[in-house]
Write a protein that binds this ligand. Structure first.
Ligand code: ADP
Length: 350
């Protein structure tokens, strides 16, 4: 290489290093000559001097690079990686000035993983929501037909069927309410709530309102509150909802005749709400998925207790909107603890 070629290569390498997006420069032999830091962190194992084809072994990508090296021009390849996590890239391969009959090339990467995941989630969500609505709707329509036809004059059947139809109607109404809450919280996700709200007052209010449900399952609720109000900058309705969903779940999915502990505390500028039950607990494989929409461990049990499968998804979105975090811990056989941690306002007495 001449001195000018060396100098040019050095400038090119510096330029590529400075680019924020993932970019790789290879020579006509497929050796990596320069790469941006973003490319390095996107795909592990890449480095200057290495053969690209030995690190990224996708046959379509190798063919495309080869074709660009032989004939110039450009190619676009979509690449799906499955391990360690699923990622989708769109890679643009463009020929640069070659040495001899082969061309060097520049590869630029677009990471489509998030876009693909969002698309899939949207499709799944619509499918799930429709399915959840269709089941009770089919049941209501079935009973209406029966009442118009074979059971037209059957007094006893009418009473029973109307009862079931009411139940199914209420289930659809709950589902629509939950879907609307979820989309309302999501719409406001970027606006951090500002009103000072006392979490202790919220906990008291919700525990009172759930007393009847707790009594029905012979559950005792122990409320452990700090001496002072525990203030956060929040949205009161959403925080009521968060508290209600967590405590109601602990009552419903905890042990009949068991104990639910609701503990509020503040530490290091944060306020935490921990809801603990002594029920069956949750197997580790379910934990990461519990806050997904419509994810339930036992669908029949959830439906029997009026669950929509959206409660924890709503809780997660409320926590995120409040710039907090939600953790779930559980030992199978010993119950579960759901903890929401939110940034606290400076605590003043009274
Ligand atoms: P649902 O409307 O079904 O209650 P959630 O989103 O509130 O929906 O909860 C999702 C699932 O998580 C429930 O169906 C249940 O299987 C599980 N779950 C929630 N809370 C608990 C708990 N305290 N103990 C055990 N399982 C729980």
């Amino acid at each position: 290489m001449t001195e000018t070629a060396d100098a040019r290569a050095a400038i090119t390498a510096t330029l590529i290093e400075a680019i924020g997006a993932p970019v790789i420069l290879i020579d006509a032999q497929g050796t990596i000559r320069a790469l941006s830091p973003a490319a390095r962190s996107l795909i592990s194992g890449l480095d200057t001097g290495k053969q690209l084809a030995l690190v990224m072994r996708d046959p379509d990508l190798i063919d495309a690079i080869d074709d660009v090296a032989q004939r110039g021009g450009r190619h676009v390849v979509e690449l799906v990686e499955r391990v360690p996590v699923e990622r989708t890239f769109r890679i643009h391969i463009v020929a640069l000035e070659g040495d001899g009959r082969r061309h060097a090339a520049m590869l630029t990467f677009e990471d489509l993983s998030e876009q693909r995941m969002t698309e899939r989630m949207r499709v799944d969500f619509v499918a799930n929501a429709s399915h959840e609505l269709r089941t009770p709707l089919a049941s209501v329509l079935g009973f209406i037909e029966t009442l118009q036809g074979p059971a037209r004059n059957d007094e006893a059947a009418r009473g029973r069927f109307l009862g079931i139809m009411r139940e199914q109607g209420l289930r659809m109404a709950r589902l629509v309410d939950d879907l609307l809450s979820l989309s309302r919280i999501e719409l406001r996700a970027h606006v951090t709530p500002q009103t000072p709200v006392d979490l202790a007052a919220i906990a008291r209010e919700i525990v009172d309102s759930l007393m009847l449900l707790a009594r029905g399952r012979e559950v005792t609720i122990a409320l452990d509150l700090p001496a002072q109000p525990l203030r956060v900058a929040g949205d009161r309705d959403e925080l009521l909802r968060l508290m209600e969903n967590l405590i109601e779940n602990a009552i419903k999915y905890g042990r009949r005749g068991g104990r639910v502990e609701v503990t509020l505390a503040s530490a290091g500028g944060e306020a935490s709400v921990a809801v603990r039950d002594d029920g069956q607990g949750i197997a580790p494989e379910h934990l990461p998925r519990l806050t997904e929409r419509f994810y339930r461990i036992d669908t029949a049990q959830s439906r029997e207790t009026g669950g929509t499968g959206l409660g924890l998804a709503i809780v997660k979105h409320i926590v995120l909107r409040h710039r907090g975090r939600l953790t779930i811990e559980s030992v199978v056989g010993q119950g579960a603890t759901f903890r929401a941690v939110l940034p606290a306002l400076p605590q003043t007495p009274g």
